[in-house]
Design a protein around this ligand. Structure first.
Ligand code: DGY
Length: 325
């Protein structure tokens, strides 16, 4: 069985694959055109995929021999799960191992925006120390005792909520498909309707799995209802928010600021007006980019494909339905 790996994994994953005699197809360059990528996929029985390549109906028609896709990500919004399941193609992902790193990133963004840190860092880089120590200049806001609203209280949301609670004694409110009893018990988290989440949150942080029916859910009509001191954080998927509307909301001081690790479009254009605002921090989708998290992801991605090659169920299978069809 041949497995197409589009980018080299951290060594722990490569070693696991080699130790299990997984026969890899590896291109000699990292950046492939869509046609090149498709060509490699057509040579394989299974795939380990790094990045956002789209696995849609067209892909499955072009690669009817593919039987398994092991994603090097926890998110799987780039896969048409229904189409894959209908074809009994196993889809694996990498949950848990990146929850701490991704929630750390949300926490970092929250603080950076509250204290205008990245804007001020940029001033220092440019030698602009104007108004230093002026009593009224460069003022941020403190987070102690504020209310954090979490949209999507799963594994990453829970880790973020813990940091907010234990570092700043924040009140946790959340909106989710289902109740998170552990968070309610441990952190005193309170489940609220979506409308209340956006109205009551001082910090609104998105941690849900993205699906197409949530496209630009966070837009002008939502930002208008948020508090004027509020901060919008997105470390999930850029498609969740409308970036023009975010700019207007911050620029017109409808909300305090924005912290993004994911953008819409991604990559963000360097001309984005958001980048000129003092209460904005934007990172280039580095949520899971720690040595620890990426090693964990490499291990899980390798374990998923090894299980498939052995004829076993992937340990981190997204579409369990393939076994009940
Ligand atoms: C994930 O794992 O989903 C991260 O966003 C990287 O794509």
């Amino acid at each position: 069985m041949k497995i197409f790996l589009n980018r080299r994994l951290p060594e722990i994953g490569m070693k696991l694959l080699a130790d299990n005699n997984i026969q890899l197809i590896q291109p000699d360059k990292n950046e492939l055109s869509y046609q090149e990528w498709l060509y490699y996929c057509q040579q394989a029985d299974g795939i380990i995929n790094v990045g956002k390549n789209k696995f849609d109906r067209y892909f499955f028609e072009q690669c009817p021999q593919i039987k398994a896709i092991s994603l090097f990500s926890v998110g799987y919004n780039h896969v048409d799960i229904q189409a894959a399941t209908a074809r009994k193609i196993a889809i694996g992902n990498t949950p848990n191992v990146l929850s701490k790193a991704t929630s750390d990133t949300a926490f970092l963004l929250m603080q950076s925006v509250a204290r205008r840190a990245s804007f001020n860092y940029d001033r220092v880089r440019k030698g602009n120390w104007e108004l230093i120590l002026d009593p009224m200049a460069n003022l941020g806001q403190e987070l102690y005792g504020k209310t954090v609203g979490i949209y999507g209280l799963g594994r990453i949301g829970y880790e973020f909520a813990k940091k907010c609670k234990y570092a700043f004694d924040m009140n946790i409110i959340y909106h989710n498909r289902s109740r998170n009893e552990a968070a309610e018990k441990e952190l005193g988290a309170i489940f609220v309707p979506f409308e209340q989440l956006i109205k009551d949150a001082d910090i609104l942080s998105v941690h849900a799995n993205y699906t197409n029916n949530q496209k630009e859910l966070f837009n002008a009509s939502i930002f208008k209802q948020m508090k004027s001191n509020s901060i919008f954080i997105n470390t999930a998927r850029g498609e969740f928010h409308n970036e023009e509307d975010l700019y207007t909301a911050v620029n017109e001081q409808l909300i305090w600021g924005v912290g993004l690790d994911v953008t819409n479009p991604e990559p963000m254009l360097p001309t984005s007006k958001l980048l000129n605002l003092p209460t904005v921090c934007v990172l280039p989708h580095i949520g899971s980019a720690t040595i620890e998290a990426r090693n964990g992801m490499a291990q899980l991605a390798a374990e998923n494909i090894i299980a498939f090659v052995r004829g076993d169920k992937m340990p981190y299978l997204v579409n369990n339905d393939i076994y009940t069809l």
